[in-house]
Ligand binder design. Structure first.
Ligand SMILES: Nc1ncnc2c1ncn2[C@@H]1O[C@H](COP(=O)(O)OP(=O)(O)OP(=O)(O)O)[C@@H](O)[C@H]1O
Ligand SMILES: [Mg+2]
Length: 370
């Protein structure tokens, strides 16, 4: 079966951070965007990420993305995906009004784009996936899986809704309405089972491929990724029963603390290098390599599940990596589909070919270089 490649053919940007107007046609393989600090490189990648996923890769809010001198921002992207060519148009203003359409048909939620597209971005701020609190790691898993399984995001939002209502009940009434509490717990186990089973599917892949990718970046270190759940389960098939059992066993604790303490919203990924937690002991370069291994494993996983190579965005990919690791990283990105790299300098390690497209960016103005 032929494999598809997700390609962003072109993007129009209006009033997005320091880019007031741009209309860019991208190359289908490697695109290199060069510019000095504060030129607009991250803004450009963020605009691309936003138009393809409906989200900022830094978790920035829409109104901070609107140019200081404007009341709205607008993005139009033309993508070529496994479903054919699509035109994605979006606009948002300072009052929080958003518009999103695909081929002129409006969509309610930005998150609906996650199923349409497949994108992996690697930016310096992604280091939080390793060093930050666990919610960053859960968000990473949830983003990857939302791109892979159409039902994942809706299960997650149903889970979150039930959790919010359960917490409100525990907080306000001390959880005395046991019948209602039971209803929320049933929903948590139902949606939680699906979410956890998909997370474990990716974790199996990450454990193996993440380790190999890390090894290819750095030959003499062993990384291990492990999923750490808030309740013990015997096998995949028993998740729901085990989850319910843990909820029953922790009922008193939840009533006392007046909040939910068991569930997939408490889970984590633990990462070690040579058996030491990389979050506490890893060097910055090691932490960055661990994060990159997770991202590249995610890229390959998405490719397998979707039968489509995702778009790869690299923001200052090689900063904080020594020469050997940089060479190895850029060797890895050779096997992927469309890549957009933003950098202050032309990385020596990047293999250029006739398909490589260069852009220069200065003061928010992007120009193709011939
Ligand atoms: N909402 C906004 N409106 C206008 N300008 C903004 C907005 N948000 C950020 N900027 C500015 O846009 C400029 C470009 O920022 P950006 O992060 O894209 O630079 P960069 O090229 O990635 O730089 P670096 O090499 O330092 O990472 C900066 O001067 C930044 O302060
Ligand atoms: Mg930047």
């Amino acid at each position: 079966m032929a494999i598809y490649i997700l390609i962003l053919n072109s993007i129009q940007i209006e009033n997005f951070r320091n880019i007031t107007k741009a209309k860019i046609t991208l190359g289908e393989k490697l695109n290199l965007v060069l510019g000095v600090n504060a030129a607009g490189k991250t803004s450009f990648l963020e605009a691309i990420h936003f138009v393809t996923t409906g989200r900022s890769f830094r978790g920035a809010r829409e109104n901070t993305l609107i140019n200081h001198n404007s009341s709205f921002a607008r993005l139009v992207g033309t993508i070529q995906s496994r479903e054919g060519e699509r035109i994605i148009e979006m606009a948002f203003d300072r009052q929080g009004k958003k518009r999103l359409s695909v081929d002129k048909v409006s969509l309610k939620r930005m998150s609906e784009l996650l199923n349409l597209s497949a994108v992996v971005s690697v930016a310096p701020s992604d280091i939080v996936i390793i060093v930050g609190p666990p919610d960053n790691r859960r968000r990473f898993l949830d983003t990857v899986l939302s791109h892979c399984f159409p039902a994942y995001l809706s299960s997650l939002s149903s889970y979150t809704k039930a959790l919010r209502q359960k917490n409100a009940l525990l907080r306000e009434q001390g959880g005395t309405d046991f019948k209602q509490l039971d209803i929320w717990n049933k929903q948590l186990t139902e949606y939680g089972e699906y979410i956890l089973s998909k997370r474990l599917l990716f974790m199996d892949f990450l454990k193996k491929r993440g380790k190999e990718i890390y090894y290819s970046l750095s030959k003499n270190e062993e990384v291990e990724f492990a999923y750490s759940g808030s309740f013990a389960f015997h096998k995949r098939e028993t998740i729901r029963g085990d989850f319910q059992k843990a909820l029953n066993e922790n009922l008193k604790r939840e009533l006392k603390l007046r909040q939910s303490v068991i569930g997939i919203h408490r889970d984590n990924i633990r990462t070690t290098i040579d058996r030491k937690p990389v979050r506490q002991y890893g060097s910055r370069g090691q932490q960055r390599c661990a994060m990159i291994s997770m991202k590249f494993a995610a890229l390959e996983f998405m490719e397998r599940i979707r039968n489509e190579k995702p778009l790869l965005l690299l923001d200052e990919a090689v900063s904080e990596l020594d020469e050997k690791r940089s060479v190895n990283l850029l060797g890895l990105s050779a096997s992927v589909g469309q890549v957009i790299i933003a950098s202050t300098f032309q990385p020596r390690e990047v293999k250029l070919d006739s398909k490589t497209k260069f852009f220069e960016i200065a003061d928010g103005n992007i120009t193709p270089l011939l």
